[in-house]
Design a protein around this ligand. Structure first.
Ligand SMILES: [Zn+2]
Length: 74
């Protein structure tokens, strides 16, 4: 597999949305291609960080803390 084709498949690969056969091709490519391996590792880290971000909605405990702080200030 050429790097260009590999990169096109990469986001699908990270989402585990690909055919297992294609995933095996990509795994084999990563093992034999250092620039792509480095790229995948960076991307995986970025994706992991994004997935750990909490939703923009405040949690219930945060909301009750805010409410008690607001009522205490009155
Ligand atoms: Zn490559």
């Amino acid at each position: 597999m050429k790097c260009g084709r590999f990169l096109k498949r990469l986001s699908d690969y990270l989402d585990r949305d690909l055919d297992p056969a294609i995933c095996r091709h990509i795994d084999a490519h990563i093992k034999s291609c250092k620039p792509c391996l480095a790229f995948v590792n960076t991307l995986k880290k970025t994706v992991g960080v994004l997935r750990r971000q909490p939703r923009a909605v405040p949690s219930a405990s945060l909301r009750s803390r805010l409410r008690s702080r607001l009522s205490g200030a009155r």
